[in-house]
Design a protein around this ligand. Structure first.
Ligand SMILES: C[S@@+](CC[C@H](N)C(=O)[O-])C[C@H]1O[C@@H](n2cnc3c(N)ncnc32)[C@H](O)[C@@H]1O
Length: 262
């Protein structure tokens, strides 16, 4: 469960595409918007100090700021930091380059800490210990992790992506590899890891529903987005159709964090 040392470089090259995906009417756009909405519902309104770790282009940070939070951010990609600074010019000095496994903030600095779409690229136990360390006692931690039980996710990671990589390497079009991430982790294990870090988990919910497997989702982007939205509203078969899980917990004011068990 190690994070790739050059994860920042990988995301440097993808910042525009990733940022614009939030506005695209396809499965990726739907998945990003659904996760963002789920996190915002749980975060609620400020005032207070918030940290978005691995904030990418700052989409969530901007929404948190609108909700009255004073937002800081940290990301391993210099390009992502630069785009986030431009998106939130008033908070630019609070967005820094760094890694989630060694956050550049003192203990108990934040009332709200979020990390979406990032733990899967990190050393998860170290990252959770760090997120818990910088959260104030009684403060809220909201994180996402890919749903290891999602049918479309399993198909994509075990069959579709390896097949695409093989074709690209045979035809000499191999691009940069996705960083080796932490791999599949069952929801219950993520809960145990959070609790090991001193976070009392209140809810975990399946979001970012996807019903059309690759490549059908990219062949019929609007159909895929509409189907995802409809399923999301109904919440049917969440454990199989949700591609992401959002975990929400509170730092136990009495517990002594002792690092997330792996
Ligand atoms: C998929 S993007 C998610 C961005 C944002 N949190 C969101 O939800 O839109 C992953 C982000 O995490 C950052 N990242 C990946 N591994 C990281 C690490 N170990 N420490 C800090 N940032 C990391 C990447 O540079 C990238 O900006």
């Amino acid at each position: 469960m190690m994070s790739s040392p050059d994860v920042g470089g990988y995301f440097d090259a993808r910042v525009r595409r990733y940022d614009s995906a939030y506005e695209s009417f396809d499965s990726d756009g739907h998945a990003l918007r659904a996760r963002l909405d789920a996190v915002l519902r749980r975060a609620g309104s400020g005032p207070g100090d918030a940290l978005d770790a691995g904030m990418g282009p700052g989409r969530l940070a901007a929404e948190l700021e609108r909700l009255g939070w004073t937002v800081s951010g940290v990301d391993a990609s210099l390009e992502m930091v630069s785009v986030a600074r431009k998106r939130l010019p008033g908070s630019a000095q609070r967005f820094t380059h760094g890694r989630i496994e060694s956050l550049p903030f003192p203990d108990e600095s934040f009332d709200l800490v979020t990390a979406t779409g990032v733990l899967e690229y990190s050393s998860v136990a170290s990252a959770l210990a760090e997120l818990a360390r910088v959260t104030r006692p009684g403060g809220r931690l909201i994180v996402s992790y890919p749903n290891a039980g999602s049918i479309c996710g399993i198909w994509k990671s075990r069959a579709w992506y390896p097949a695409v990589r093989r074709v690209k390497s045979v035809t000499g079009r191999a691009g940069a590899h996705r960083p080796d991430g932490a791999g599949a982790i069952a929801a219950e294990r993520v809960v145990r890891m959070l609790e090991g870090a001193g976070i009392a988990v209140e809810t975990f919910d399946y979001v970012s529903f996807l019903a059309l497997p690759a490549p059908l989702d990219t062949m019929f982007p609007a159909v895929s987005a509409r189907a995802g939205e409809r399923l999301e509203r109904r919440g049917a078969h969440a454990r199989r159709l949700g591609t992401q899980i959002v975990f929400d917990g509170v730092k136990d004011a009495t517990a002594v964090g002792h690092g997330a068990g792996s």
